[in-house]
Write a new protein. Structure first.
Length: 366
């Protein structure tokens, strides 16, 4: 699938011959079949979770749940038939699925392209030939928007700045990317959600006059904490049932919260509990001060003496490990200093574009 352009949902229901589906690529056929099934009123859809922090699983989501999520987002951003969605995320995962449904429910135009590191390169190429007009609403993973901004392409910036909104989800946003986002004129939002909540249930504005440092829940979403400090959610998207997440948060009232990290990313090293995401922030600052752009993460690995040891995984080819260790010892507490540093030439990614931590760790566990 290189690119699909759809003017409105009547294209599927009334004009797409069944025989044509058999001559299309697998991904193109999947997108068109999903849209056709949605328009025909299918009541249940099977969606696979990302598997970035646990074993991937398939969830059955009802049409009612999906519709509640789509309508809430469309209302919030005032999306309608005059809008044009750019879908550049995996349409077999919840983020891509919801972009399709939002567009279909808004009766908006849709341009669907293969999820790539820099989706605007494919979009610009197609748009110049197809003359489909500018898109004005999209969703991306952090790596995609980081690659777009790092390319410093004036054409890409023009496309982004015409957006009514850009949603960024699927992972944390580092400080360097957050700084780059400040230069964009379009509103950019960091999303909070998961497959179980049928995409996002809260948004954090990242730039402009309305920028915040917290997530604000969408209408009709209720939140609270359990005893472990993890976020609990009740909303139409969850069938109005409470679900418990693995995300530790700080509540700022009934509708606002800040994200602290995943409870399953806490490393218990010799009785000292270390939140991996907080430690990553400190190491990120070191790399930024050294003017080094590196993708990395912190994780705990089994240790006979400590129970778990702090380990640093870095993507790249050449890293002076001893030099890095000596510098980190000056920056971090003795409990935070990585006991081991592993270098991976290229990080594995999940189908949804997240760093596949489990697979990377497994490579160094033998």
């Amino acid at each position: 699938m290189s690119c699909i352009y759809i003017e409105n949902n009547t294209y599927f229901y009334n004009k797409l011959p069944q025989y044509l589906l058999s001559n299309l690529s697998e991904n193109t056929r999947y997108v068109l079949t999903f849209c056709n099934n949605w328009i025909k009123g299918q009541n249940s859809f099977e969606i696979k979770t990302s598997g970035s922090t646990g074993k991937p699983k398939k969830l059955q989501l009802s049409r009612q749940q999906i519709l509640a999520s789509a309508q809430t987002t469309n209302t919030f951003f005032q999306l309608n038939s005059k809008d044009h969605f750019l879908v550049c995320m995996n349409t077999r995962m919840i983020a891509g699925v919801m972009m399709l449904v939002r567009a279909l429910e808004a009766k908006a135009s849709i341009t669907v392209i293969e999820p790539t590191g820099n989706p605007l390169e494919s979009y610009k190429s197609y748009n110049s030939k197809g003359n489909v007009g500018d898109c004005n609403f999209t969703a991306m993973v952090p790596l995609q928007i980081e690659n777009i901004l790092s390319s410093k392409s004036k054409d890409s910036l023009r496309v982004l700045n015409k957006m009514k909104a850009v949603l960024v989800g699927g992972g944390p946003i580092n400080d360097a990317l957050l700084t780059q986002i400040q230069n964009l004129e379009c509103p950019v939002y960091h999303t909070y959600g998961m497959t179980e909540t049928v995409s996002h249930i809260a948004l954090k504005r990242l730039n402009g006059d309305q920028k915040t440092n917290y997530y604000q829940t969408l209408p009709n979403v209720h939140i609270k904490q359990n005893e472990a400090g993890c976020l609990m959610i009740n909303a139409p998207m969850t069938n109005n049932k409470w679900i418990t997440t693995n995300d530790k948060v700080q509540m700022l009232g009934d509708t606002k919260f800040t994200w602290l990290g995943r409870v399953d990313f806490v490393i218990n090293s010799g009785g000292i509990k270390i939140q991996a995401e907080a430690l990553e922030k400190k190491i990120e600052k070191y790399f930024r001060d050294q003017k080094q752009e590196k993708r990395f993460f912190i994780a705990g690995m089994p240790d006979e003496k400590l129970g778990e040891k702090v380990c640093l995984f870095i993507e790249g080819d050449e890293v002076d490990i001893e030099f890095l260790k000596s510098n980190l010892k000056r920056l971090l507490s003795k409990y935070e200093v990585p006991k081991e540093i592993f270098i991976s030439r290229k990080f594995y990614l999940t189908e949804s574009g997240k760093v596949d931590r489990k697979r990377i760790i497994r490579d160094f566990s033998h």
